[in-house]
Design a binder for this molecule. Structure first.
Ligand code: GDP
Ligand code: IMO
Ligand code: MG
Length: 421
């Protein structure tokens, strides 16, 4: 079996969790390689829903090794709560089947406070609409080389020193720039022991574990390509690289270990938080997608903005990630629409373009060029093969293949594990 990378091709919430859960069955180990608990990955098995923020979406398959790579930012409070939630469901979350990279960076309470403070002083149009989980400030500290790493939890003296150092600059900002409470290093340090005690048994060398895995390794991306810190709609992005190349960096393996690459594509587009969204619909069709698709954020509960499938965005995702196949999710949500539109190009500065503009906020000034296709009325949530799909649904998928140049390998027609072929 080949190693697999699963990535989001749009602005997140494409259904990565569901597809990872399915692909995990034939994998030996599942690894998260970037992001943190800004992610919300939903799994539904036999009607029972499980939302995961940090722990890899392979956890529901007994015996599969689940690992958190060095590229992830980990909030220990959230991690422990997730362990408890899964444990209460009778799922094995012991250190025998889970590992946290010693190099993984830790989200500290002051990162969450900074996230909130930064957002609060921005005007509405400038707000990123972050998840408020401290993601950006934690990655900032990593790059600034003053971050707390998971292995520091086993070295209290070093940890104490690093917290103090990290707070030196932050407290100046908290007090004088943002006018919020300063953070006391002792208080932060003294809250850690119960979490450290639980975390330390999980610490390990994820890179070696990947090399030593007996079978295929499944790399689980979080967020989406257009939230990538380099390639997304900057500055309305998250603070990590979400593209597939980061699966190698964020877990400690070679790019040559990445074989099968699966792009998760929602059959339409959604976005949660601020930032440009060319095919956004503020009309009855947008409302239809939002309602039919139950489009509410799995992490923050915010209503997701909805729009037509944007193939310009998708084409860019194909060139950045090199998918070997597409997994189309939520096709069932389109049932009942008379007409379905596909954005195939943009008008930008008087020209027709095939890729998103690279200037900051260029995306805010594009006009989508649409192609229209007839919809279908049938409920397809019970469909389990291409042959059973309505003719117009097949045409829609074929058109996506034609424009992206990538075959559809997986189709999802409902949230449940079983609603897939
Ligand atoms: P992720 O962040 O990419 O894992 O996606 P989320 O879990 O945040 O959002 C996807 C939502 O769509 C979840 O509520 C899933 O249960 C649901 N979902 C996934 N695939 C399908 C599908 O094919 N049809 C429908 N109707 N819902 C789906
Ligand atoms: P999954 O893995 C959708 C968005 C936020 C905000 C921006 C920056 O479930 O697909 P951050 O807290 O990361 O600094 O916020 O990114 N965002 C997501 N949107 N799905 C996600 O994850 C997201 N993670 C972050 O809404 O616009
Ligand atoms: Mg999500």
């Amino acid at each position: 079996m080949a190693n697999i990378v699963v990535f989001g091709s749009q602005w997140g919430d494409e259904g990565k969790g569901k597809i990872v859960d399915i692909l995990a069955e034939n994998s030996d180990a599942i690894v998260r390689f970037q992001g943190g608990n800004n992610a919300g990955h939903t799994l539904v098995v036999d009607g029972e829903q499980c939302i995961l923020h940090l722990i890899p979406s392979g956890i529901l398959h007994p015996g599969k090794m689940c690992m958190i790579g060095n590229g992830v930012v980990l909030d220990p409070v959230v991690f422990c709560a997730e362990l408890d939630k899964l444990d209460a469901k009778g799922i094995d979350v012991s250190a025998g089947r889970m590992m946290i990279s010693k190099k993984c960076h830790i989200i500290m309470p002051y990162h969450c406070q900074m996230d909130g403070a930064r957002e609060s002083v921005k005007s509405d149009s400038k707000k990123i609409g972050t998840t408020g989980r401290g993601i950006g400030p934690c990655y900032e500290d990593k790059m600034h080389r003053c971050g707390i790493r998971a292995s520091d939890f086993a070295d209290p003296a070093l940890l104490r020193e690093k917290i103090e150092k990290a707070l030196e600059e932050k407290n100046v900002l908290f007090k004088h720039l943002y006018g919020v409470d300063m953070v006391d290093a002792d208080t932060v340090f003294n809250e850690i022991p119960p979490y450290a005690e639980r975390l330390v048994p999980y610490l390990g060398d994820v890179s070696s574990a990947i090399q030593e895995a007996n079978g295929a390794v499944l790399f689980e991306g979080a967020q989406g390509t257009h939230l990538d810190i380099d390639h997304g709609t900057y500055p309305f992005v998250t603070s990590s690289n979400t593209v597939t190349a980061n699966a190698a960096i964020g877990s400690g393996c070679s790019p040559r270990d990445l074989e099968r690459i699966v792009a998760i594509v929602k059959a339409y587009t959604t976005r949660v938080g601020g930032g440009p969204f060319a095919t956004e619909l503020n009309d009855a069709d947008g409302e239809y997608l939002q309602k039919q698709g139950h489009e509410f954020g799995a992490t923050t509960g915010r209503k997701r903005r909805c729009g037509w499938l944007d193939l310009v965005v998708l084409r860019e995702s194909v060139r950045l990630n090199g998918p070997t196949e597409l997994a189309i999710t939520k096709l069932d949500v389109l049932s009942g629409l008379k007409e379905i539109k596909l954005c195939t190009a943009y008008e930008y500065k008087g020209e027709q373009v095939s890729y998103p503009p690279q200037e900051q906020n260029g995306m805010a000034y594009v006009t989508p060029v649409y192609e229209s296709m007839p919809g279908w009325d049938e409920d397809i949530t019970g469909v389990r093969s291409w042959d059973e799909l309505p003719e117009n649904a097949v045409k829609y998928l074929k058109r996506i293949e034609e424009i992206t140049g990538v075959k559809v390998g997986i189709v999802s027609v409902g949230p449940d594990r079983a609603q897939t072929f």
